[in-house]
Design a protein around this ligand. Sequence first.
Ligand code: XIL
Length: 347
Amino acid sequence: MDRRALLAGAGALVLTTPACAAYPPQVPALKSVAPYPLGVAARHLHLADPDWAKLAVANFSQLTAEWEMKMEYMLRDDGSLQFDRADALAAFARKYGMKVHGHTLVWYAQDGLTFQRLKGDPDAFLNAYVGYIQKVMGRYRGIVRGWDVVNEPVWNDGRGLRPCLWREVLGDDYIGLAFEAARQADPAAVLFLNDYNLELTPAKRTTFLRLCETLLKNGAPLQGIGTQMHISADLAPGAVTTAIRDIASLGLQVHVSELDISLRGDPLANVVEPRLNQLKVFEAVIAAYNDVPAVQRYGLTVWSLRDKDSWLNSARERKGPIPDEPALFDDRGRPKAMAERFVAMMR
Ligand code: XIL
């Protein structure tokens, strides 16, 4: 074995068998080394878990509500709004000096009875649409730093906009209308269009970026792009690099908004060592994000604190009997190799 092969082998050994090295790795607070806000997804139930709270506060400087700022939770069938849990998340963030990112106002996947009932009356529908955005954003004015105004507007294959109730009643301009309403509701908030698979499917990215350009041309107050980055360990690292570079080329704020790297791809093609691949993909994300001009780096958010908190391990999403390990911290809150690498890459 030549020297290079031996060294590569040694590196792989350290990465794949952490029990041989100091484990868990000694890792400083992630937020203390990050030159941009570091966010974590949070649900109301996490606030009652002291281990979750301690780890989140120590390592992250920003929160995104994982569910309780979405329409499905906030808008009741009688049209009234339910702010209790979002308020609790905001209070938690305030108490611990964390920023809040708002997620999300308009999403094809959630509409609700209130809006379905107004389908036949476009004027009333538009009033309710603008009203919803203004009430929700108004409540968190000065608290929420930026909002995902519209979430996941583009079809997976990039063929165009997705069908949804908003588009059906308001037309393609449902997006521009939402941004206008958002601007009025909170002139200081950074307004995002957020989507996924922008790295996996270049055709989707092209359509998404064209949509951003069209919105800007038409005067919409779009200020940021959220790239969710629910990715898998079998993704080619270069796909991440190209995507982040392309996204940043528009000059808007860039938020890596929901990062998790699944070990359970569909299937895990060509992956010899999933954890090692996961680390390589993670490195590519961090390297590419670090290359984005500092003024455009809104922050990087992970979509669960520990592996066990991940939506990928929920009854609905879970693939097979073996739990996924997409997070930077393990079930016991110990930093994993990705956390260690994050710190090393900031030096
Ligand atoms: C997911 C949450 O993680 C789950 O807890 C919830 O039940 C469903 O939504 N893209 C998004 C997020 O924009 O809002 C989704 O979050 C994950 C995919």
